[in-house]
Design a binder for this molecule. Structure first.
Ligand code: UDP
Ligand code: MG
Length: 320
């Protein structure tokens, strides 16, 4: 029996890209179809355009195309988790619908998979069509993340990757609601292999990531992979206490020698503000983690599905 490869594509308002993506994908993988079966699982993440209609049209023309329609927009991370739950392949390839992930890399990924690697990830050579600021920020961010988290997250590595069934089953066991999938991939381990690719510009439409989304993902990445920020408060507190002790000794001595000194209002105000600031920041950091605990303890399902166009028999194989 042929091995099955699932292509998982989360999409949010990608109607303009679906057809071009499908066409480019299917032509590129044609040489592989002799050896492998394919399924193309489009995960609709609550699109408000015609994405669903477009994919449905494809399902009629090609039985390999399946639609998983989520009940609303959950964000890409959750959409991918849903994809992992519903894909049936022996290997699963996740990629974006906007053609920023060139399909030809799949050939190389599959080759590496056959060579025994279980997690073959695409690494961007260069980012076309992205602002200098965004590039720089993501660079700094990854440096910070790698420095502070015990899990090594690789810079330039996105969500274009091939995962063996073993990896998929491992990731499916991690039910955390605030997901930072890149961290999960590294956390599960398994034999990894890098393949390089040139990121293309978005085919049509605009990026769905607003600055605030990226900031949120960034904070999630840090707080779900490391508890280092929690220690900052302790460290700062230590430094402050120590230096204020020195300062106290200094004041004590000067007062003893020169008598009482009344001035000092500016120093006082500065110190109060500084300390107040530190305290609020540390409270904020704790709040961030507390919020995470709050969300996890609710133990809600990650997502709801309103339609899956795959076969019933296949659904039975998917044990949730
Ligand atoms: N996406 C999604 N849900 C969202 C936002 C994005 O499923 O809430 C999908 C989107 O349709 C695309 C992929 O995630 O296939 C990457 O999104 P985008 O191209 O906007 O991000 P960028 O490439 O700019 O990082
Ligand atoms: Mg994109």
């Amino acid at each position: 029996m042929k091995k099955l490869i699932s292509i998982c594509v989360p999409m949010y308002n990608e109607a303009e890209n679906v057809d071009a993506f499908y066409k480019q994908l299917t032509t590129t993988i044609r040489p592989l179809t002799q050896k492998y079966d394919f399924e193309f699982l489009f995960i609709n993440d609550g699109s408000i355009d015609h994405s669903v209609k477009k994919v449905k049209a494809l399902t009629l023309a090609d039985v390999r195309v399946k639609l998983l329609d989520l009940s609303r927009n959950y964000g890409k991370e959750v959409a991918m988790a849903a994809g992992f739950d519903y894909c049936l392949g022996d290997a699963v390839i996740t990629m974006d619908a906007d053609l920023q992930h060139p399909p030809k890399v799949i050939l190389e990924m599959v080759e590496q998979w056959e060579a025994g690697y279980l997690d073959v990830y695409g690494k961007r050579n260069e980012r076309k069509g992205e602002s200098f600021l965004k590039k720089k920020m993501s660079e700094i961010y990854y440096k910070l993340l790698v420095k502070f988290s015990k899990v090594e997250v690789l810079p330039g590595v996105g969500d274009y990757r091939l995962l063996d069934r073993v990896c998929i089953d491992s990731i499916r066991k991690m039910k955390e609601t605030q997901r930072y999938t890149k961290g999960l991939y590294m956390w599960i381990g398994f034999r990894k292999k890098e393949v390089n690719f040139d990121a293309e510009e978005r085919f049509a439409g605009e990026t769905k990531w607003k600055f605030m989304d990226l900031l949120k993902l960034g904070i999630d990445g840090l707080t779900s992979n490391t508890t280092f920020p929690l220690k900052i408060a302790g460290i700062l507190g230590g430094i402050l206490s120590f230096s204020s002790m020195l300062y106290m000794v200094y004041i004590l001595i000067t007062t003893l020698i020169y008598g009482t000194s009344v001035p000092g209002y500016p120093t006082l105000v500065t110190l109060i503000l500084l300390l107040g600031g530190f305290q609020l920041i540390s409270l904020g950091i704790m709040g961030e983690y507390l919020g995470k605990i709050f969300h996890e303890t609710k133990n809600r399902p990650l997502y709801f599905v309103q339609e899956y166009t795959g076969k019933k028999i296949e659904l039975e194989k998917i044990q949730l």
